[in-house]
Ligand binder design. Structure first.
Ligand code: UDP
Length: 236
């Protein structure tokens, strides 16, 4: 559908991300789900921002299902929040640093507190909420902190725009656009139970938790409808 995903498992995604860290050239990873792909189908500038990323990970059962229906199957769902968790584990083991940008005021701090309980050796070298007005000041603070990894959790497409716009001036190892992941780490938004994730029902759990997402979530069936149409055209 015009979005060029990397066909990688979680382990492969992690290995590629880790290999980018020493380059410190502001590489970035995006984690589109089917809602974002649906937007990108209609918005060329968003599509370009996604395709310019060094890693494009399928954050959702809908994307993986779509890839299978189009006979270009992706190996597995690589949820952004799980990828982020694994990357933090690596940083804690190797003495790397992370900077958290995004979420409502206080969320990054709460996420940091919870994550330090899980990874006591993790170094969080800075944090800022995602409701800033002075973007240049945010960029300067990240430049001063020089993190190995920068989590950019501003929601799509704001986070993709931020990463692409500041790539050249942010000599970090890797930036990762991770949507609501800081809310998940903080515990203010709960992850679905494992059985629901296994049954590809994480979207349903999210909808029950945050009914205001209903309008946005209609993009999921709309996305699948476009996929089915494309498949039928391809077959005829
Ligand atoms: N957010 C932000 N600044 C903004 C808009 C949103 O920091 O100007 C944060 C918001 O607080 C939330 C995240 O971005 O933590 C977006 O979450 P959402 O669940 O909508 O993201 P998704 O992963 O579904 O794109």
């Amino acid at each position: 559908m015009g979005v060029q995903f990397d066909n990688v498992t979680m382990n492969e995604a992690l290995a590629q991300a880790i290999s980018l860290l020493p380059e410190r050239r502001g590489a970035y990873v995006v984690t589109p789900n089917s809602e974002i792909v649906y937007e990108a189908i209609r918005d060329e500038s968003l599509r370009t921002l996604l395709n310019r990323a060094d890693l494009v990970l399928p954050d959702g059962a809908g994307v993986v299902l779509g890839s299978k229906l189009l006979k270009t199957p992706l190996k597995e769902k690589v949820a952004g929040v799980d990828f982020a968790d694994r990357l933090l584990g690596h940083l804690a083991e190797t003495g790397g640093t992370v900077y958290f940008l995004g979420g409502k005021p206080g969320i990054a701090q709460l996420a940091g507190k919870k994550l330090l309980e899980k990874y006591p050796d993790l170094t969080i070298c800075g944090m800022a909420d995602g409701y800033f007005t002075d973007e240049a000041a945010v960029v300067a603070a990240i430049q001063a902190a020089k993190p190995d990894v920068l989590f950019v959790c501003l929601g799509a497409p704001k986070q993709e725009k931020f990463m692409a716009a500041h790539q050249a001036e942010l000599p970090v190892g890797l930036m990762a656009g991770l949507g609501g992941s800081l809310d998940a780490f903080a515990g203010t938004v709960k992850r679905a139970p494992r059985w629901m994730i296994r049954l590809s029902l994480e979207w349903l759990y999210r909808l029950i938790q945050e009914p205001k997402r209903f309008g946005r979530m209609l993009r999921l069936p709309k996305f699948l409808l476009l996929v089915v149409r494309k498949r039928m055209r391809g077959a005829s």
